[in-house]
Write a protein that binds this ligand. Structure first.
Ligand code: GLA
Length: 738
């Protein structure tokens, strides 16, 4: 009996025991109810009938399969006054409630204290992201030393939903919680130097004064290469800028650590980044024809192909054997026209300038299949989210035409956020005020030799809460055709609301079959990209339903965790890839990303970015750049313009790499290429430098006599003997065997 009482005391005291620490853990005690009522916000509401919720998992994984729409979470928690009494700063209390997927509002004792959508909008425009906010210490919504009720209202469309994650706690806002080390400026490249300015920024009234330590280390040896400490002071109104120039080191990434220590509080904040290093050789002034070896269109539809060629301008383009119906503009390299008959047409391209010329054999395949090689393009989502507009699309198109199209980049795809709130009197979809002239914009994109993409959902609403195509499929396909659209991303989202609660395979296929039939009525080649996150193992039936690509996963983020878990889990999808039909592990997260109106440099290290582009190319993935194209820095540009790497993605055989070695700390993926070559990616998935070897008798090397380092475009000496590579943490060696 005594023991039982003792246990009871401990259990009852648990929140208080935790409270004596500097934070209150909030991972336990949550309850969940699917549905929506504002009466669930106030503290007096009786939630005793609600089911317990596990906040480490989305609600789909705890008895609410395929739930879209509203749900509420509640938790009861005592916030002890000792928390503020012991704190160095006493201004506000910080709440971390994992991630909210998708829209969310948080009520503290009935008062709305957080929402993840903008003023003037609503919860259906809220977006998946970390839920972290603070409330003033003196705000009456905080009940010190008493029970508090935190109620979270969630709206979910498509994929997972709910409140979930690892970090659930309450603590006082710390001195460093309001400080950011902003490293989003670009590196400047001198001939032998690398420089950058970073900023220390404060978000509170506290005056920061202390030391900034700047340190460059070699991750291979852990040795310090440079170290410097400077005085630093800053406040909310005046940031501190630190500018450095270091000698450009050998071709690898070094780790920079910025550490600020505040003198008064003794608290520290630290951020690291890798120095960029460029492997892609400089583009030569002599002409070079890049891009795929094949291109497919359907007979009778408008034809558009720009011959991708680099070299000093002006370039003069020639095509020998061009079939009747097509014409080439010799000054721009843009081929247009209409082809009548199904057949393979071999053509020879020649591009010249005053320094020489280059020729390439090319096949125009007029038939039933388009998108024979994965799409190379840009999509607005990872950069701009719902803030995309006409100007941003034009900026991207101009940047693509100026810097990327010569390497084969073609598509300019508008994601969600272009649709008006209602259809016109005829029921047609119309753009909102951000896109005053969709046809004009499309014509402009075409005039650059590029192609235009758009986005919709088979449901009544898109993921961003905009109008979808439900019950208007024919009409929307026709509108896209009238505008001149070349690519449609079709995102499941609210289709869950109009299909079965537990969809069968046929239910998964249905919306894509319906839109396929609608697109087939349009006299235009519109690439059809399914976006339904891999449900029903879409890679097994995407081709049969007429998709050119299909997403195999949920949304990517610019972290190693997201990148590696998506990229290295694609082996299961490999059988689904063939020319015209590709698995899509989601868009690229290199360059400046942000999913909204503010951008940051990708949080991936330079080596992680090499892994990203290498792995996606091995996977024959559509490569859709997701960054602000108005600010392409040299390193990002070098990642996107390596013709040897792009050739692996664009290989005409259309195969996807297979995972041939999977160890705890490294993996090898291999892709068969047209003509018998093979591409191999050796990925160091560990946090340390590693030396990885392929033995001469390794199956992978059998039959090959030459190896080529794809990023540097140099031959590797050693084949057919043992090959040994030193590979940086999270980095890759990409090889082409010949
Ligand atoms: C989903 C998709 C994203 C993007 C958004 C737009 O989350 O997976 O790629 O299209 O919807 O709302």
């Amino acid at each position: 009996m005594r023991i039982r009482i003792w246990i009871l005391i401990v259990l009852l005291a648990a929140p208080f025991l935790r409270a004596s620490a500097q934070e209150i853990m909030l991972t336990q005690g949550w309850k969940l109810k699917i549905g929506d009522s504002i009466t669930w916000a106030p503290p007096q509401y009786n939630d005793s009938g609600w089911k317990p919720a596990n906040v480490s998992l989305p609600w789909e994984e705890q008895g609410y399969p395929k739930t879209d729409g509203f749900g509420w979470y509640r938790v009861h928690v005592v916030i002890p006054a000792s928390l503020k009494e012991k704190a160095f700063l006493k201004d506000s209390v910080r709440f971390d409630l994992g991630y909210i997927d998708d829209g969310g509002e948080v009520y503290l004792n009935g008062k709305l204290v957080y929402k993840n959508y903008k003023n003037g909008s609503d919860i259906q425009h809220g977006f998946y992201g970390p839920c972290s906010f603070s409330v003033g210490t003196n705000d009456l919504a905080v009940h010190w030393d008493k029970e508090n009720i935190i109620a979270v209202r969630v709206f979910d469309t498509g994929g997972n939903g709910g409140v979930y994650g690892d970090k659930f706690d309450i603590k006082m806002m710390d001195v460093m919680d309001n400080v950011s080390i902003n490293t989003d400026g670009d590196f400047s490249y001198g001939e032998k130097s690398l420089g950058k300015s970073i900023k220390l920024k404060a978000g509170s009234s506290y005056e920061y004064a202390g030391k900034l330590n700047f340190k460059v280390t070699d991750p291979e040896t852990d040795s310090t290469i440079y170290e410097k400490t400077n005085d630093a002071h800053f406040s909310a109104h005046s940031p501190f800028t630190y500018t450095f120039t270091i000698a450009r080191l050998e071709k690898k990434s070094y780790k920079i650590t910025y550490t600020f220590t505040d003198a008064k509080s003794g608290k520290q904040i630290q951020k690291t980044e890798g120095t960029p290093y460029i492997l892609t050789p400089v583009v030569q002034a002599k002409p070079r024809i890049n891009g795929p070896d094949v291109f497919g269109e359907r007979p009778g539809n408008p034809f558009l192909y720009k011959i991708p060629a680099s070299g000093q301008k002006p370039l003069v383009y020639k095509a020998t054997g061009l079939p009747a119906g097509l014409k080439l503009d010799a000054a721009t390299g843009i081929i247009t026209g209409v082809m009548g008959n199904k057949a393979d047409y071999p053509v020879i391209f020649t591009v010249s300038n005053k320094l020489g010329s280059d020729t390439k054999k090319f096949t125009i395949k007029i038939g039933d299949v388009i998108g024979l090689t994965p799409a190379l393009g840009w999509n607005s989502w990872n950069a701009w989210g719902l803030t995309v507009n006409d100007q941003k699309v034009r900026t991207s198109a101009n940047a693509m035409a100026d810097k990327l199209s010569e390497h084969g980049w073609t598509y300019i795809n508008i994601d969600d956020g272009w649709e008006a709130a209602s259809r016109n009197a005829n029921g047609e979809i119309v753009p909102n005020e951000k896109f005053p002239d969709m046809k004009g914009l499309t014509d402009y994109v075409h005039s650059l030799g590029l192609r235009m993409g758009i986005y919709s959902s088979p449901g009544p609403k898109t993921c961003g809460g905009y109008l979808g195509s439900w019950q208007h499929e024919d009409q929307d396909a026709k509108t896209y055709g009238d505008w001149g659209i070349d690519y449609l991303k079709y995102d499941w989202c609210s289709y869950s609301e109009v299909t079965a609660q537990n969809p069968t395979l046929e239910d998964y296929k249905k919306p894509y079959q319906v839109m396929r039939a609608s697109l087939d009525k349009v006299h235009r080649d519109i690439m059809f990209s399914f976006c339904q996150y891999g449900m029903g193992d879409v890679w097994n039936w995407g081709t049969e339903v007429g998709g050119n690509s299909w997403r195999t996963t949920g949304d990517i983020e610019d972290t190693w965790k997201s990148l590696s878990s998506i990229g290295f889990s694609q082996d299961k999808t490999a059988g689904g890839a063939s020319p015209g039909h590709f698995n899509d592990p989601d868009m690229l997260v290199v360059g400046k990303v942000g999913w909204g109106d503010s951008q940051h440099n990708t949080r991936l290290t330079p080596d992680e970015q090499y892994t990203h582009i290498s792995l996606w190319s091995l996977l024959s993935a559509p490569l859709l750049i997701g960054c602000d194209m108005g600010h392409l820095d040299n390193f990002t540009l070098s990642l996107l313009t390596n013709d040897g790497v792009l050739a692996i993605d664009q290989d005409a055989l259309g195969k996807e790499a297979r995972q041939v070695v999977k160890k705890d700390d490294y993996q090898i993926w291999a892709k068969d290429l047209e003509g018998g070559d093979k591409a191999i990616g050796i990925f160091n998935t560990s946090d340390k430098y590693q030396t990885i070897s392929l033995n001469a008798n390794d199956e992978l090397l059998k039959g090959y006599t030459k190896a080529f380092d794809v990023w540097t475009q140099k031959s590797i000496i050693g084949v057919p003997n043992k090959l040994t590579f030193k590979i940086p943490p999270h980095g890759v060696k990409l090889i082409r065997l010949l």
